[in-house]
Every structure is written in C-alpha cells, then in structure tokens.
Write a protein that binds this ligand. Structure first.
Ligand code: SF4
Ligand code: SF4
Length: 727
C-alpha cells in the first residue's frame, strides 16, 4: 500500500499526505534547488567577528576576555552562566576589538552585548577547551557537550546538554532529524551529503553514552543524495535511515517523532518523557567534532538563498560572520535595501540590519525581495486553518480571542502548544497573518506572567516587609517591656532598700519599748511598793499579834503544849490514884501474910500479882483515857468495875468541862486586849467616824469593858483553880 501510494504520488503529489502519520501540514513550494545545486563553499574571513553573548535559550554567557586582548582559535572568551547556559569560544585568532552592544538577529531587532574580534588571519589554534576526550556515560557526554558550547542547531538554540538525562538507559531510541522541511533551506542536506560520517559517528557516540538501543535518522524523501550518503555512512553501524514524506512541518520534533516511531508525545511533555531524544544532524556532527577532535562549536553550514541572489549557496562559515558578508558572497541581484530573513520563509523572522552576525542557530539567510502583501480580509470560517494545523489546534478561535485581547481564553485553547509553523497562515484564504497574532498573544501573556510574577514578588516582599515591621515592633515592645520591668525591679529594690531603714528603726524602737516594758515590769510600781509595804506591815502585825496573843490550838506549838498539858494531867491523875490506893490500903484489914505473921501461900501471891497487874492495866487504861480526853472518849476498861467506869466517866466529863472552860478562858484572854483597847478608845472610833460619842455611850462602853474584864478575871481564877485542883 505504501509503495502504491508512493507510485501514485508521482502523478498526484498530494497523495503523500496519506503516508504521513501526524495531522495537518502543508505543501509549499520548497525552492530547495536554488542553493542545493551549488557546492558547499568556505566563507571568507570577515573583517570582524561579532559574537553575541546570548546565542541560545537561557542565561547569556559571561565574558572572560578584555578588549585589546589577543585570543586564539578555540579559546574560551565567555564562560557559561549558572543554570541554563553555555560558554562561547573564539572562532579564530585575533584581538578583542570591543565588548559592546550590537544588533542581533532577533525578531525584536534590539541590540545586545557582543564580543567583537578582529581576526589576525593567522588562524592560530589555542589549547582545546574540552577536557572530556572520550565520553562514555550520560554525565561525561553532557559535560563534553556543555564545554563545547553546543546548542540545537536546527533553529531552536536550546542547550543540548540540557536535553540529555542523567541515567544511562533511560533513552532507548535516538532520533536524528534530517528532515529539513522548510523551503529554501538546504544546509542539512549538504551536510548529510558531504559529512555523513560525522553525523553517523556523532549519533553512535551519543547513543552509546546514553545507552540507547536504536538510532533512527529521518530524512525527507526530497533529498535523495543525502539519503544515499547517509545510508552508506550508516552501513554496518545499525543506524536506521528512514525517508519520510515531504510535508511541512515534518521537521517538527513531535511530528517527526510520531512519523518515525508512531509515538505521539503528549502536550506539555518532551521526547525524553517517552524514552526518546532527538538531535539535528548538524548538532550530532558538532558532538562528533567535540568528541573526536575536541573542538568547540565555532562554525556551521548556512544556506544563503533567495530570489534576490544570483548564486545561492551553502557556506561553511565561522560563528560571528555578518550576514552582509555572506549575502555579498552569493551575489545579490539588486541592492539589498530590504530586510533579510533569518530562517525559512515559514518560521523565520526578518532582520532589518544586514550587519547582524551568524549565530549558532542560523541555518539560513534569505534575500527575497518584498512582494506586495495581500490585505487581510475578515475570517470566512472556512476551517482551512484547522485542517492544516499539525497540532490539532483551533487557529480560528485562537485568532478571534487574540484579536479581542482575551488572553485567558486564547490560552485556554492551548496557545502555547502552537509550534508557530505558519501552516494556518499559509492556507488562510483571507490572508490573515494568524501566526503573528499568536506570537503577539504569547508575548502579551508572557508579559502578564512576568507582571504577575513581579507583582507576586512585590506582594511577598511587601508581606515580608510588613512581617519585618511587625517583628521589629514586637521586638521593640519586648525590649520596652523588659526595660520597664528592669526599671520596676530597680524601683522595687530601691523601695525595699529604702523601707528597710525605717523598719530597722522601727525594730529598734520596738526593742527599746520592750526593754522599757521589761524594765518597768522589773521595777515595782508605787502601787506595788505600797501593797508590798502593806503586806509586810500586815505580816509584822500578825507576828506581833502572835507574840502577844495565845497561840491558836490549831498550830503545832499549840498541839505540843496541849499534849504536855494532857501528860501533866495524866500524871496528876496517876498520882491521885496512887493516893487513893494508899488510903484504901490504910482502911482495909491487913491481909498481907508477911504482916500478919502468916506466910502467904502461892495462891495468895498469885492473886496479888494478878491484882497488881490489873491495877497496872487500869492505870495504863486511865492513862490512855487521859490522853483521849480531847476526843470525849470514855475509858472502857474491861477489867474495871461499873463503879470505876462511872467514876472515870464522871472524871472525864469533869475534865472536859475544865478543859472547855480553859479554852474559853484562853479565848477570852486573846480577845480581852482587843476588847479593852476597843473599850478604851471609843472616842477614837467616834473620831474616825466623825461623830462625837455621847456620855451615855461612853458609859455603856465603860460598863462593857468592865464586864469583860470581870469575866476575864473570873476565867483566870477558874483556870488557876482548876490547875490547882489538878495538881
Ligand atoms: S483559514 Fe482563515 S478564513 Fe478560514 S477559518 Fe481560518 S482564519 Fe478564517
Ligand atoms: S501556527 Fe500554530 S495554529 Fe497555526 S497551524 Fe501551526 S501549530 Fe497550528
């Protein structure tokens, strides 16, 4: 079927579309024969080489040379910036003429920093800057590519080292882009025709380092010489050379990947994500030169073509050669008073200044005289743009929203998946420059994103500023608080220290007061002195009264006296009994055997002894009775006769009466001095009471005193009588 379609395509070229695998695409007039029919030429050395510091996607390189400095070929003149960047090398020997801003081959046309070298024509080579000589792993390959300053030479300008993974074997297929689908451009075709071994060797080295098992080279079928040369070079290497249909944009990465492998790379994904990586044939040739000859990227093939040139050609030129020198080499038909185009007619952009240099991504310089531009007409909604889009986008809707500046809506239509191939513009019957609208929309959206990023950065910075102010405020308040607390502590300490002195003084006062109280307590008061004096006087008076008045019977002295008195009475009683016994013996008949002349018998002596014992017992009992007189006890002698007991009772009663009388007498004696003194000083009492006693009172008092004296006299007499009777 494929062969039938190919055969039919010779009659009907559009039949080739049935062979392609991706949607859309267009078939412009390729006009490749203009430059391809001429052999590759070496571009002459220009008067100056202009080397922009940014010839790639990412950060610009950093100059390492000074103006006036001589440099040699391959010498590094600008080092790679951190991040996404590559170094820059001198294409030939010469002197650094200037480091200044020059116009660049960029759609903006704005000037940027460039290192200008004035070649000396000696082409003296310096030391090769590539340290990696034989890469054998992804890391060493990336390092070598980075040191060589190699970027995507198909036109993208993305640093090639960044496209490679770090893991060996992650890439299973290496794709080589030899499609070169843009009209007029034939530099890759010439490269494949003239240096196929370099391309194949570079592909093999790269695949070996990455661990890729398969290498596929895709070449459009409109380059038969290139296909043949590449097949010869690839013979025996395992590299697959595939002829792909000639359709624009077959050279697109996603389109050629799908065409070669049938794998569609998802949106917002890369070929690495599906285990594949793609390099342009010129990039692989540069990798080979770096790996084999240790050369950095200092030159490339450039197609110089266009309808305005008499001899379009492909030239091998140094990086930094001005466009003007190359166009001049192709012999312009007319004065080049129109803009040149860098790149193809589909994706290239105009360059107003012809002095701009060739950079690493310059693959074509077109000198096409301007044609009358068809005015844009309103969209007729034919849908041709949608059918031509190779990415399956909706170019018409995107155009409407982009025309209305509805950036959010056009972005939602996957604007950034647009590869700016220009197929939609190419087929639009209304001649609407659709790609220009999309590029403008992308630029505006990028601006908005930058503004949003800037605003976000400003917002974060403002928030950080507020947070810092808040933090400083809190810190200030904390410091103030700490300071206040310190001052408060100092004040409190001072107050405590200050209050410590009065308290000491207070304590001293208190101690003095206590000492005074103690002294006052120790020192008897006047009242105490008076009371003590009164007590002492009372005691003295009592002592004096004790000397003058009879002792109270209750005292020990009184008891002793009473006992002595009782002993005296008992002795008197015993004496009286003995006297009575004598009297009795005198009156009774003599029964004593000794006196009677009779010898007393034993019985008599026994009776006499018993009688004597009985009497002694009676006497002892009487003695005890005498001792118990104060207790009113009656002597109860069992051996006494009733008459004796009666007499003893009567005697005891008499003695008690005498004793009571004596006691009364003593009482009277003790009261008599007082009575007498009271009776003798009535006037004194009256005087004390303040009354004047009358005569009658004095008489009564005198009579009372006389009566008391008489009673006391009688008592004394009675007492003396009793004592006499006792004795
Ligand atoms: S091709 Fe042009 S006219 Fe047709 S739908 Fe698209 S924009 Fe409109
Ligand atoms: S320029 Fe964009 S929208 Fe137009 S065809 Fe190409 S990819 Fe589609």
């Amino acid at each position: 079927m494929k062969a039938l379609i190919k055969a039919f395509s010779h009659v009907y070229p559009m039949a080739k579309r049935w062979l392609k695998r991706f949607p859309g695409g267009v078939y412009p007039d390729y006009r490749k024969g203009l430059s391809a029919r001429h052999p590759l030429q070496k571009a002459p050395l220009p008067d100056e080489l202009i080397l922009p510091l940014q010839q790639h996607v990412g950060a610009p390189a950093i100059p390492t040379v000074e103006p006036g400095q001589r440099v040699r070929k391959y010498e590094q003149i600008a080092k790679s910036a951190p991040g996404l960047s590559v170094p820059l090398h001198a294409p030939t020997s010469g002197t650094i003429k200037a480091i200044e801003k020059r116009p660049l081959p960029h759609p903006s046309g704005l000037p940027d920093w460039c290192i200008v070298i004035e070649p000396d024509g000696q082409d003296e080579a310096g030391e090769m800057p590539i340290a990696i000589r034989t890469p054998d792993c992804p890391a060493s390959l990336k390092e070598m590519i980075w040191q060589a300053g190699i970027v995507g030479m198909g036109g993208a300008g993305f640093p090639s080292w960044r496209k490679l993974p770090d893991e060996h074997g992650k890439i299973h297929t290496l794709l080589v882009n030899g499609a070169e689908c843009e009209p007029y451009i034939t530099c890759d075709d010439l490269l494949m025709q003239t240096r196929p071994q370099e391309i194949i060797a570079g592909a093999v080295t790269t695949a070996k380092c990455l661990g890729a098992e398969r290498i596929i080279v895709g070449i459009e079928d409109n380059k038969p010489q290139a296909l043949e040369a590449m097949r010869k070079a690839a013979s025996g290497t395992g590299v697959e050379i595939q002829a792909v249909p000639t359709v624009y944009p077959m050279g697109g990465q996603k389109q050629l990947t799908e065409q070669l492998t049938g794998v569609e790379i998802p949106a917002k994904a890369h070929a690495v994500d599906v285990g594949m990586v793609m390099f342009n044939v010129a990039t692989l040739a540069a990798i080979h030169r770096a790996a084999e000859h240790h050369e950095p990227l200092i030159s490339r093939l450039v197609t110089v073509s266009g309808e305005g040139l008499a001899e379009p050609m492909n030239v091998d030129t140094l990086i930094g050669t001005p466009f003007k020198a190359l166009v001049k080499l192709a012999k312009p038909k007319n004065e080049l008073n129109y803009p040149l185009i860098m790149g193809g007619p589909m994706m290239g952009h105009e360059v107003m200044d012809h002095k701009v240099p060739v950079i690493k991504t310059t693959n074509c310089i077109l000198a096409n005289p301007p044609e009358p531009v068809e005015p844009a007409m309103p969209c007729i909604r034919c849908g041709e743009c949608m059918d031509a889009c190779p990415v399956n986008l909706l170019p018409q809707q995107m155009y409407w929203h982009a025309h209305a500046h509805e950036w959010d809506k056009v972005e939602k239509l996957h604007l950034f998946d647009c590869i700016e191939c220009g197929c939609c513009s190419f087929v639009c019957p209304s001649h609407i420059p659709l790609v220009q609208y999309y590029r403008h929309a992308k630029g505006e959206i990028r601006k908005l994103r930058e503004q949003q990023a800037f605003q976000e950065h400003a917002r974060r910075r403002h928030e950080a500023h507020l947070a810092r102010l808040e933090r400083e405020k809190a810190e200030k308040e904390a410091r103030l608080k700490a300071k206040k607390e310190a001052v408060k502590k100092q004040t409190t300490a001072a107050e405590q220290e200050k209050s410590a002195v009065p308290s000491a003084r207070q304590r001293a006062i208190e101690a003095a007061r206590k000492r005074a109280q103690q002294a006052a307590a120790d020192t008897p008061s006047t009242e105490d002195k008076r009371k003590a004096a009164m007590e002492a006087a009372r005691k003295r008076a009592q002592a004096k009264a004790g000397q003058t008045a009879p002792a109270a019977p209750e005292t020990a002295q009184d008891k002793k006296k009473a006992a002595m008195e009782a002993a005296k009475r008992r002795a008197a009683q015993l004496k009286a009994q003995k006297a009575t016994q004598k009297e009795t013996n005198r009156t009774e008949p003599k029964t004593d055997p000794a006196k009677s002349g009779e010898t007393p018998s034993a019985e008599d002596r026994r009776k006499a002894a018993m009688e004597a014992a009985r009497k002694r017992a009676q006497q002892l009992k009487a003695k005890k009775t005498t001792e118990n007189i104060t207790d009113d006890s009656v002597p109860q002698t069992a051996a006494a006769t009733p008459e004796d007991r009666r007499k003893a009772t009567m005697e005891a009663a008499k003695r008690r009466a005498i004793l009571l009388k004596a006691q009364n007498t003593q009482q009277t004696r003790s009261e008599a001095p007082q009575t007498e003194s009271a009776a003798s000083t009535p006037e004194t009492d009256s005087a004390k009471s303040g009354e004047t006693p009358s005569i009658e009172d004095r008489r009564k008092a005198a009579m009372e005193a006389a009566r008391k004296r008489a009673a006391a006299l009688r008592a004394r007499k009675a007492n003396s009588t009793e004592q006499e009777s006792d004795t």
